[in-house]
Ligand binder design. Structure first.
Ligand code: 5GP
Length: 228
């Protein structure tokens, strides 16, 4: 029997931002363990790979020139410059996954998030907060991926980003990774139930169905048996 409600087949576009060191990537990794049908977009960047980062898995690492060539070709849904490097989300891949009904997650900084907000306002915007600024600094120092100057730059930027939290739809504090992931899962589940995702409502009841069937029978009988 025909389902009463038909919702959009397209997946949700989900932007997750938060200051460097807040644990966005770890929370999303945890989310993928509990939520099916999610795809995390792989960005292009002009920065060099860090230890253990893998090409095509963490990022597509390209030169500044190649990145600018891709900008010219309109290959990005959004791109931004962050800590002296370019970062961008590939348009074609994102569209393909959304069209397959998957929720596509972009883990991006705020300038890029705001560009998406201008273009696609159905996007779900989630901001991840560290439990405290001290904890953020501790995480940035402990991960040992940047020198002191870069840590200071990222920490300063963290203050600027946190100031923009009101531009997002949801805020999730990353105190416990599992809890934060569960909250994001709940947000996405609720977003999938929004009425503006309904494409069609089919309200035909059993009585209406049989009424229509009788009407159809009467019409057929008249056509076949009564000549005017
Ligand atoms: P990192 O160098 O630490 O990997 O990334 C620096 C910042 O760039 C992070 O906030 C990260 O979320 C953001 N970022 C990663 N990919 C993209 C992207 O495609 N677009 C934008 N706007 N930001 C990105």
């Amino acid at each position: 029997m025909k389902q009463m409600i038909k919702t959009k087949k397209q997946g949700l576009l989900v932007v997750i931002s938060g200051p460097s060191g807040c644990g966005k990537n770890t929370v999303v990794e945890e989310l993928l363990k509990i939520r099916k049908n999610c795809y995390v977009s792989i960005s292009y960047t002009s920065r060099l790979p860090r230890d253990k980062e893998i090409e095509g898995q963490d990022y597509y690492f390209v030169t500044k020139e190649k990145f600018e060539e891709l900008i010219e070709k309109d290959a990005f849904l959004e791109y931004a410059s962050y800590a002296d490097h370019y970062y961008g989300s590939p348009k074609k891949e994102i569209k393909e996954h959304l069209d397959q009904g998957e929720d596509v997650i972009l883990i991006i900084e705020i300038q890029g998030a705001l560009k998406i907000k201008e273009k696609l306002d159905e996007t779900v915007f989630i901001f991840i907060m560290p439990p405290t600024m001290d904890e953020l600094k501790r995480r940035l120092v402990n991960r040992k991926t940047e020198d002191q100057e870069k840590i200071d730059k990222r920490f300063k930027r963290a203050y600027e980003e946190i100031n923009e939290v009101s531009k997002y739809n949801y805020v999730v504090v990353n105190d416990q990774i599992e809890d934060a992931a569960k909250k994001i899962d709940a947000i996405l589940e609720a977003e999938r139930c929004r009425v503006d995702r309904i494409e069609e409502v089919y309200l035909q009841t059993k009585e209406e169905e049989s009424h229509e069937a009788i009407l159809q029978d009467v019409k057929t009988f008249i056509n076949e048996n009564i000549k005017f």
